[in-house]
Design a protein around this ligand. Structure first.
Ligand code: EPZ
Length: 424
């Protein structure tokens, strides 16, 4: 298997360009099933999750043409329902967006249930509640999700999502865009990738209002038409690079972003003593001296993102003093702390709370990436710790970070990808 070999402990400098947002791209790619036409998607990140989503559509009969490094044309006119290959679907957690898209277009869906997540079971009860509110019957058994609309199609309705859920909000929206009448989603999630998916669908002729607020109203339309659409930049990739600047005592410019999307991350880094300068489409993060301990609570957007939990924990280890991270979204998101302890971290975890005794430093070690964001956090830790850090199981990282090694080498990081047959 491949691994990353890092020689850390030195400041970096320069500019990091951010790619398209994984969690917007995966929803928009699978939403093209609703369109029955040609769509051109720009700023698609070249990462394994997106390439698997494109492979799934091809296997279903879509014509997928790569027009350039980050631009793909997808023609879903001849897509066949229920034909997503199980082995691909199970490799990409967000494949469940196919249920909303197939249901919205064909009035039925059959998709393999998503695999378990690295940090706990991935329930879809709220997705099902959304589909059932529109009149669908949904069965989950034998590892498959099967959904069927009534004879005369889905009918718009109101649905209250008991928990703020990105996936359930998007999936209900997908099923509703071609349903008869008005659908109202209450207690909807606000994430930028929900707004991006709604903007894509509206560009295709859908009628969605209120995305990004608690209440999203969708008035069903007969059909959607093809469009050329540009995916928003990845706020979590941006946040990861912002943390990297502070962790390596560097000054880095993170460009091609929407600064508002990283407001909560800028605020916490400022609280720790880093200097943040905002430009129209970039932020500059500058280390200014020893990092101060702080407390963090991860929450749905616009709160501090749960997907920044592991990266921020690395920074708290590098601060002096005791900090607390409360995880407000997932039940079991602290497994990565096992790997940080191998680098000298002192962290006590109790359920959804981690108490970090920051010592101001980390020690190079051999560690593993346990999931996507945990892996990114280990890269930050390895670049901060003096000496040689090796990170295994890096396929997790490749799911969500495009050209990470090249980007980091571009700002002076001593990091390389080593395959097992090389002498590392
Ligand atoms: C999305 O997952 C992201 N993935 C996750 O990012 C992210 O951590 C999460 O949103 C929260 O921001 C994608 O967008 C592909 P949720 P999602 O539904 O939609 C519970 C990454 O690293 N819940 O908002 O699955 C659930 O257990 C990934 O890019 C139910 O109980 O998350 C969790 O505790 C990791 N029933 C909470 O809600 C449901 O039907 C929020 O989950 C759905 C969710």
């Amino acid at each position: 298997m491949d691994k990353l070999v890092i020689n850390g402990g030195r400041p970096l400098s320069g500019e990091l360009a951010v790619s398209g947002m994984k969690n917007a791209a995966v929803a928009v790619v699978l939403a093209t099933v609703l369109v029955e036409d040609k769509c051109v998607l720009e700023n698609l990140p070249d990462i394994s999750d997106i390439n698997i989503a494109l492979d799934i559509l091809s296997a279903m009969g879509a014509r997928v043409t790569r027009l350039s490094r980050d631009t793909v044309e997808i023609d879903t006119t001849f897509v066949k329902v229920g034909t997503a290959p199980q082995e691909l679907v199970r490799r990409m957690r967000a494949s469940y967006y196919l249920v909303g898209s197939e249901l919205g277009r064909f009035g039925r869906s059959l998709v393999a249930a998503p695999g378990g997540c690295d940090f706990g079971v991935r329930p879809i009860d709220l997705h099902i509640k959304g589909f059932e509110a529109l009149g669908a019957t949904v069965n989950v058994d034998g590892g498959f999700i099967e959904a069927t609309a009534p004879e005369d199609g889905l009918v718009g309705s109101s649905v209250y999502l008991d928990l703020v859920s990105v996936g359930a909000t998007i999936n209900t929206m997908l099923a509703a865009v071609r349903a008869k009448g008005l659908t109202v989603i209450e207690n909807a999630a606000h994430e930028p990738h929900i707004v991006d998916t709604a903007n894509f669908l509206n560009a295709c002729g859908a009628d969605i209002k209120g995305a990004g607020t608690d209440v999203i109203k969708i008035r069903g339309v007969e059909r959607l038409h093809g469009v050329t659409y540009t995916i928003i930049p990845d706020m979590i990739e941006a946040g990861t690079f912002m943390v990297l600047a502070a962790a390596t005592k560097s000054r880095l410019k993170i460009s091609g972003i929407i600064p508002k999307h990283v407001d909560s991350i800028s605020a916490k880094l400022t609280e720790m003593g880093a200097k943040i300068t905002e430009e129209d489409e970039a932020v500059i993060v500058e280390y200014q001296g020893p990092l101060k301990r702080i407390n963090i609570k991860t929450l749905p957007y616009p709160g501090f993102p749960t997907d920044m939990n592991p990266q921020m924990c690395v920074l708290l280890c590098l601060a002096e003093g005791t900090s607390i991270i409360s995880e407000g979204v997932w039940d079991n998101r602290f497994r990565y702390t096992e790997e940080l302890r191998r680098m000298g971290a002192s962290i006590k975890v109790d359920g959804r709370v981690a108490v970090v005794d920051g010592t101001g430093e980390l020690v190079a070690a051999r560690v593993r990436a346990l999931d996507l964001r945990a892996g990114a956090a280990m890269v930050v830790a390895g670049l901060a710790a003096p000496g040689r850090t090796e990170i295994e199981d890096i396929y997790h990282i490749q799911r969500g970070y495009e050209n990470l090694v090249e980007k980091l080498q571009g700002v002076g990081a001593d990091i390389r990808l080593v395959t097992t047959q090389d002498q590392a």
